[in-house]
Design a protein around this ligand. Structure first.
Ligand SMILES: CC(C)(COP(=O)(O)OP(=O)(O)OC[C@H]1O[C@@H](n2cnc3c(N)ncnc32)[C@H](O)[C@@H]1OP(=O)(O)O)[C@@H](O)C(=O)NCCC(=O)NCCS
Length: 80
């Protein structure tokens, strides 16, 4: 089922729930650099990259976490 948009929809639903139902002011997330799909999902949803997290291994490949965040204000500016 990969690559059919489910990951993007699930991530968007998480953001909607956090901002619209829980009233959060900010949400952050991280994904390993080697996981192109996960990174792409966060970028497409409008999260801004804020820095580097811990080193990691993904599918036997040395990599590192990339950190992203989005504020409620940024979220409300876009139509989701
Ligand atoms: C990572 C994962 C959750 C993404 O979910 P998904 O349903 O496959 O993702 P989507 O179909 O929404 O695609 C997300 C983006 O990746 C892109 N993509 C798809 N296949 C790709 C590939 N082989 N390489 C690079 N990018 C790819 C899509 O085009 C889409 O970007 P777009 O919106 O700009 O077109 C899913 O692939 C997965 O479970 N992977 C294995 C486990 C894993 O990595 N879990 C996450 C650990 S943090």
């Amino acid at each position: 089922m990969w690559g059919r948009g489910l990951g993007s929809h699930a991530a968007a639903a998480g953001l909607r729930h956090g901002f619209d139902q829980l009233g959060l002011q900010e949400i952050w997330a991280e994904a390993v650099d080697a996981n192109e799909r996960s990174v792409r999902i966060l970028q497409r949803l409008g999260l801004a990259e804020i820095g580097r997290g811990q080193d990691a291994v993904f599918l036997d490949q040395p990599t590192y976490y990339r950190r992203f965040r989005i504020t409620a204000e940024d979220w409300s500016r876009d139509i989701h």
